[in-house]
Design a protein around this ligand. Structure first.
Ligand code: B4P
Length: 191
């Protein structure tokens, strides 16, 4: 099964992906994590990406597609995956669609986690204290939210038109959100 997880920064995409991979036995492909590993490795790509991420903006579509293609070519992604953090704009959604059509592996389910902006700010402020991510400062989070509403929110309609989008409420405990997501996936596999 090929699943795309959509939602604002702090909506719980990474958190829920970690639970879903255990439940479904699929690999978790997080473009945020791919970028953070590139930054840690000190590569040229990583250094370029860090500057962009620290401003809360989106890394260029070319870099992202290259990273994603490389990751999807690994053997574990052949039977399915949970993609978290990609696509983040319409150009990325179209590029993913073309890439997966070439591989004859279309997206089966796009899961949108809906959340209130105030809740996001509280969650990310908490993570900033716990993990110290350089893009979790209040000013950068505000910019990430703006980028989300300007560029990422239209991706939802792209998947509505493909007939694969489901929306889930991201409020409540991590377990409550997880049960909602599982319910949606169950309905999809039964239909
Ligand atoms: P990401 O790593 O995708 O960052 P994110 O949007 O904050 O999501 P994340 O998955 O980490 O957090 P989650 O909501 O699970 O991207 C970081 C940056 O990388 C982007 O800003 C961009 O610059 C770049 N990037 C990534 N992909 C890109 C792409 N495709 N194109 C271009 N650039 C790209 O969790 C947040 C917090 O909430 C956690 O601390 C968690 O514990 C907590 N939480 C989750 N669910 C909760 C719940 N139900 N209750 C209470 N707390 C909860």
């Amino acid at each position: 099964m090929r699943i795309v997880l959509l939602g604002a920064p702090g909506s719980g995409k990474g958190t829920q992906a970690a639970l879903l991979i255990e439940e479904l036995g699929l690999p978790h492909i997080s473009t945020g994590e791919l970028l953070r590993s590139a930054v840690k490795s000190g590569s040229e790509l990583g250094m370029k990406a860090k500057a962009v991420m620290d401003r809360g903006e989106l890394v260029s579509d070319d870099i992202m597609l290259g990273l994603l293609e490389e990751r999807l070519s690994l053997a574990d992604a052949k039977t399915g995956f949970i993609l978290d953090g990609y696509p983040r704009n319409l150009a990325q959604a179209r590029a993913l669609d073309e890439l997966l059509a070439r591989l004859d592996q279309p997206v089966d389910e796009a899961l949108q986690i809906d959340i209130d902006v105030d809740m996001v700010v509280t969650r990310i402020a908490k993570r900033a204290l716990e993990e110290g991510r350089s893009d979790d400062t209040e000013e950068v989070v505000r910019n990430r939210m703006k980028v989300y509403f300007d560029q990422t929110a239209p991706v939802v309609d792209f998947y509505v038109q493909k007939g694969v989008l489901s929306r889930v409420l991201g409020q409540g405990t991590i377990e409550e959100v997880f049960q909602r997501l599982k319910g949606v996936l169950q309905m999809r596999t039964e239909s």
